[in-house]
Design a protein around this ligand. Structure first.
Ligand code: PLP
Length: 378
């Protein structure tokens, strides 16, 4: 044959994810930790590397790591599922609680993977958009789940990319209103310090997602975990790939988790830098900054795509452009990096906005068009 037949039609409108394609000196685009693992941990690993069993399959359920995580959270190992990043667990949830004929409730703008995985698994998505200040439309959500036909609800808390938490009372109302699986995505828990863990005993339909990618400098090794009722964890083990979390990642994540107090100072420093970013952006003319409980800040600025391009091409600073996301017109998100990188980012934004004002003054605020027809204010 000189051709290949089409895949499932659901794939037609999906765009492959490719966040890493762009290179820059200062990368503040993916909410990663700015620092590599502490050198004491790397040294500890290095001295034991020659005894590491690369030739053996990993423990399917990462038993050592899940025992550590369970103990730290006052749970049993059967309440913990370790995944190849939180992303894998979201996909597994969609396989087990979603699928054809099933329905999830999503509150955009939020983490895009929920809707992408739903589409890939033919799960219907019921959208209840957030309000203009990015708070959830609590009454509408609780009323909708009470109809009884929603199989899973996902709430990012704090939300990515907007940075805000939902009120705990909303989550409790939600858990009381439905037997749907409620996933509270606490990917930024180490920064926000807010968790629904105390409500797990009373609500078997509550599951919590966490990750090693953000606060623990481990985005490259792909380790995340779910806390949930043992029946929920058991169902997920039916659909997951048996060896999805490789042995090296399990080993390193175990060491990192045991040494997690070492990360506290860096987390506090990042939070202080975040508050500096919020303060500095809020002092700039024409910039609206949103509060954040995480290691990133979202802000709104006129002609955001032009600012994004200017930062990248003229200052080699890469941040994330959300301006084409519904509800996020002219919004950009910057990850909190090292103090030096953040200084470069703030200087670059100031520079671009000052140049903009100067040329607007020269041309009386005229907006010209580039060859591609995109609006750029000079
Ligand atoms: C980063 C993130 C995750 C998971 O990241 P992994 O690297 O796959 O562990 C999950 N949810 C949200 C909202 C995130 O921002």
């Amino acid at each position: 044959m000189d051709r290949v037949r089409d895949p499932r039609p659901q794939l037609e409108s999906l765009i492959p994810y490719s966040a890493k394609d762009v290179r820059a000196d200062v990368v503040l685009a993916s909410n990663e930790h700015p620092a590599n693992l502490p050198s004491e941990i790397v040294d500890w690993l290095a001295t034991r590397l020659d005894r590491f069993a690369f030739n053996r399959y990993p423990a399917p359920l990462a038993d050592d790591l899940r025992a550590l995580i369970a103990e730290a959270n006052g749970l049993e190992p059967g309440n913990v599922l370790v995944g190849n990043g939180g992303d894998e667990i979201i996909f597994d949830l969609m396989l087990a609680w979603g699928g054809p004929g099933r329905r999830i409730l999503d509150m955009p703008p939020t983490f895009a993977m929920y809707a992408i995985d739903a589409q890939a698994t033919e799960t219907e998505v019921v959208c209840i958009p957030r309000l203009p200040d990015f708070s959830v439309d609590a009454d509408k959500v609780v009323e909708r789940v009470a109809e009884g036909d929603i199989d899973m609800v996902i709430v990012a808390n704090p939300n990515n990319p907007t940075g805000n938490l939902v009120p705990e009372t909303f989550l409790i109302d939600l858990l009381n209103a439905t037997d749907a699986l409620v996933l509270v995505d606490e990917a930024y828990f180490e920064f926000s310090r807010h968790t629904m863990r105390p409500h797990m005993e009373r609500h078997p339909n509550l599951a919590i997602l966490r990750t090693f990618s953000k606060a623990f400098s481990l985005a490259g090794l792909r380790v995340g975990y779910l806390l949930g009722h043992e029946d929920v964890v058991r169902e997920l083990t039916k659909v997951r790939q048996p060896y999805s979390v490789n042995a090296f990642s399990q080993w390193v994540a175990g060491k990192v988790f045991r040494e997690r107090v070492v990360f506290q100072q860096a987390i506090r420093d990042l939070m202080r830098t975040r508050d500096t970013v919020i303060h500095n952006l809020s002092e700039m003319d024409g910039v609206e900054v949103f509060p954040s409980e995480a290691n990133f800040v979202m802000f709104r600025v006129e002609h955001a795509p032009a600012l994004w391009r200017d930062l990248l091409h003229n200052h080699s600073v890469l941040i994330r452009d959300f301006s084409r996301t519904p509800g996020l017109a002219d919004c950009l998100r910057v990850t909190i990096g090292s103090e030096d990188d953040i200084q470069r980012f703030l200087d670059a934004v100031r520079d671009v906005l000052a140049a903009r004002r100067a040329s607007q003054f020269m041309t009386n605020g005229a907006v010209s068009r580039t060859a591609e027809g995109e609006e750029v204010a000079y």
